[in-house]
Design a binder for this molecule. Structure first.
Ligand code: AHR
Length: 503
């Protein structure tokens, strides 16, 4: 089989916002406790934060981390997590049927973000609370001093405001599972009022309104239209979520889910355009895809805890998906889709970052390691900065549940003019065939391959564990060549590759 693609220096989609490679941390399971925070761990710093986890996060060059939820935020009192630890209350978390110690709150999270070199994206509680909580939290975080909330922050040890720019107006408010779930009109009005109040404090904030929890929601896509009709002039992004599942081990249809993702993005993009025209607005609202990942491996295992059969444990193991090699391909395909749609998807957050449906796993008192999906996320985050290229691809295809023609070869290309690099992220969905691929490099001069990484594995179900942390890991690629026709390389069956070229 053969495939052919074109990369032309003049044909670009958009400059990629670095925040396309963000992540998410929620007070859920062992994400915070035993994930980033474990004061007794041998690698812990003076604040109790695990040094081994911080290193893995730092290596990802993660630009932004969303916090503190998720479903958790919809009944969260941020005030519980500030002030002396011994005075912080233990609360029930209704979303995950657990107890929350509040040992970590906004101060600890902010310090951790600074230590790993990432920016905070905070969510306000529009489930059990509303405008008042949002304005107070904002004042606590961003006002320099001389007021009740800002002086409390100073008293609690932080003199300078954090100046948090990105704020989510609630979480998944379309979901009946959400504490304080609302219909689209009710939520749209509350979100607009909250946004107005927050902008009275600082008109330059970047505000994110809840879109759909997934594209199979019965309210999708009317939810986006109605919510945006209320909020269009007051927000910057609409938030989307999508999780990818393969419970039937149906690889062909699983790997075609990125086609469904692409249609989801396109539908919301057209809804945004519709509301923009209806309002005769000059502003652009874009997409913040602030929860995405593979999530299905752990669903059965968590049921007893989520149904409350174990009472209200603190930080139990929940949603601990162990990712396999097949998931590397899926995550690579999702990120490629975001790169190709980077004109409208400006921010995205892999959900989540540590232990809970996460690229990084930890053992209490033991090691931290990279799950299989760490690698495609790492390559994109570290090397996928610059301008996304429009890349026509001619590839053999197959019919799937999600598209009549799902191409076997999926490519995203990124040109970083400042660094003088051209980077391709390539997935072969074909189970049996190597596909000889040529990428015609039009307008790029002085071309030399500087890095080539390949991920393949004879077993789609292979995983990384504490004992075998590199069972699924990238290795140096071989055989890629640049000739008169451009870049030629072979794509083994079920493979992920990253190729970097100095241009
Ligand atoms: O990321 C896990 C959960 O998935 C989040 O709490 C929620 O927003 C979504 O349903």
């Amino acid at each position: 089989m053969k495939a052919y693609a074109i990369a032309n220096t003049d044909f670009v989609v958009s400059r990629i916002d670095d925040r396309l490679y963000g992540a998410f941390l929620e007070h859920l399971g062992r994400a915070i406790y035993e994930g980033i925070y474990e004061p007794d761990h041998p690698s812990a710093d003076a604040d109790g934060m695990r040094g081994d986890v911080a290193k893995l996060v730092r290596d990802l060059n993660c630009p932004v981390v969303r916090y503190p939820g998720g479903n958790f935020v919809s009944a969260y009192n941020w005030e519980d997590g500030v002030g002396p630890r011994e005075n912080r209350p233990v609360r029930l978390d209704l979303a995950w049927h657990t107890a929350e110690s509040n040992a970590v709150g906004i101060h600890e999270f902010a310090d951790w973000c600074a230590s790993v070199g990432t920016e905070m994206m905070l969510a306000v509680n529009l489930g059990s609370r509303g405008v008042d909580e949002a304005r107070n939290f904002l004042e606590y975080c961003n006002h320099p001093g001389g007021t009740y909330w800002s002086d409390l922050r100073i008293k609690n040890g932080r003199a300078e405001p954090w100046n948090v720019k990105m704020w989510c107006l609630g979480n998944e408010m379309d979901g009946p599972w959400q504490v304080g779930h609302k219909d689209a009109d009710e939520y749209g009005r509350l979100a607009a009022n909250t946004a107005r109040a927050m902008r009275m404090f600082d008109s330059s904030l970047e505000l994110i309104v809840c879109g759909s929890s997934h594209s199979d929601m019965p309210t999708f896509p009317d939810w986006e239209r109605i919510v945006l009709e209320h909020t269009y002039d007051h927000v910057d992004y609409v938030s989307l979520h999508m999780y990818f599942r393969n419970p039937e081990s149906d690889t062909a249809n699983y790997l075609a889910l990125s086609e469904k993702l692409d249609r989801y993005i396109e539908t919301v993009a057209s809804t945004i355009r519709q509301v923009k025209h209806k309002k005769r607005s000059k502003r652009d609202v874009r997409i913040c895809f602030d929860e995405w990942n593979v999530w299905y491996h752990s669903m059965q295992q968590d049921r007893a805890i989520r149904e409350g059969q174990h009472g209200w444990p603190h930080a139990p193991a929940l949603l601990e998906d162990i990712y396999n090699f097949e998931d590397v391909l899926m995550v690579g395909l999702v990120i490629n889709t975001f790169i190709r749609r980077s004109d409208v998807v400006r921010i995205a957050c892999i959900a989540q970052l540590v232990n809970v449906i996460a690229p990084i796993m930890t053992e209490k008192g033991g090691p931290a390691w990279a799950q299989t999906i760490y690698y495609p996320y790492y390559f994109a985050s570290v090397y996928g900065r610059g301008v996304a290229l429009q890349m026509p691809v001619r590839s053999p295809s197959y019919e799937s549940k999600h598209a009549a023609e799902t191409p076997y070869v999926d490519i995203a290309g990124v040109h970083d003019e400042d660094a003088g690099t051209l980077t391709f992220f390539i997935v072969n969905r074909n189970p049996d065939e190597t596909i000889d691929t040529t990428i015609d490099l039009q307008g790029f001069t002085g071309r030399e391959i500087t890095d080539h990484q390949v991920m393949t594995h004879p077993d789609l179900r292979a995983v990384n564990t504490a004992d075998k942390p590199t069972e699924v890991a990238p290795r140096k690629g071989a055989g890629a060549l640049i000739g008169a026709n451009g870049l030629s390389l072979s794509l083994p069956p079920y493979s992920y590759q990253m190729v970097r070229i100095a241009v």
